[in-house]
Design a protein around this ligand. Structure first.
Ligand code: GTP
Ligand code: MG
Length: 204
């Protein structure tokens, strides 16, 4: 897919005030600092479309972007950052779970995990919750450029084995680097295919 046009639509703390759900939508979620906003910028080939920061907790709202006038891309706040005050954490989590459960045009949730780290309980639990809630999700490993070549396969294997303790089947997984643009084409092609499926379903 060629990105011809991307425009910021709105920021929201309430799923009920998001744009009309009349187009396929994809949301990026994961722990604070995992690289959600950076991945969005990489996919859109725009350096500062979504705000990024080395300090966790940068994205605080549900941010909608309209791509090629045909689909929505959503940047969400991260979860699981220890230093966020409790009240704010609860507010973020509520905002995210309401958004995920109520957003009817959400095609898939891209859940991002840092490829360098061993499987984290919070991510495993989040995926389990998505599964139990019947929300389709796709895994995206981030920060590939930060690993040495020989470390990649063992890390992925460890992650997959951990997941297979709970899941019969692994979700689709894409490996990316926002820094080096790895995974850009596969992700955009995947979205394009899902957009076509969405259009077919919508016409019926
Ligand atoms: P919150 O909005 O705070 O939840 O964070 P986020 O998940 O949106 O992360 P963000 O994109 O702001 O990136 C966090 C930090 O990781 C920034 O310093 C980025 O430059 C860095 N980063 C993100 N992706 C990559 C990557 O693929 N490679 C490298 N080397 N650094 C990355
Ligand atoms: Mg962010």
């Amino acid at each position: 897919m060629i990105i011809k046009e991307v425009e910021f639509v709105m920021s929201n703390s309430d799923v009920r005030k998001c744009p009309k759900p009349d187009r396929p939508e994809y949301a990026f979620i994961g722990r604070s600092n995992v690289g959600k906003s950076s991945l969005i910028n990489m996919l859109m080939d725009k350096k500062s479309l979504a705000k990024t920061s080395s300090t966790p907790g940068k994205t605080q709202l549900i941010n909608h972007f309209l791509v090629n006038k045909t689909w929505y891309l959503v940047d969400l706040p991260g979860y699981g950052y220890a230093k966020v005050p409790k009240a704010q954490k609860v507010k973020f989590e509520r905002m995210i779970s309401d958004y995920i459960l109520l957003r009817e045009n959400l095609v898939t949730v891209f859940i991002l995990v840092d490829i360098r780290h061993s499987p984290q309980q919070i991510d495993l639990e989040f995926m389990e919750w998505l599964g139990l809630s019947s929300i389709p999700f796709t895994m995206v490993f981030t920060k590939l450029d930060k690993l040495k070549r020989g470390e990649i396969e063992p890390n992925l294997k460890k992650y997959r084995n951990k997941m297979l303790e709970k899941w019969d089947e692994l979700p689709i997984q894409v490996i990316t680097s926002a820094e080096k643009t790895d995974g850009r084409e596969p992700l955009l092609e995947y979205i394009e295919k899902l957009n076509t499926d969405f259009a077919t379903k919508f016409q019926k």
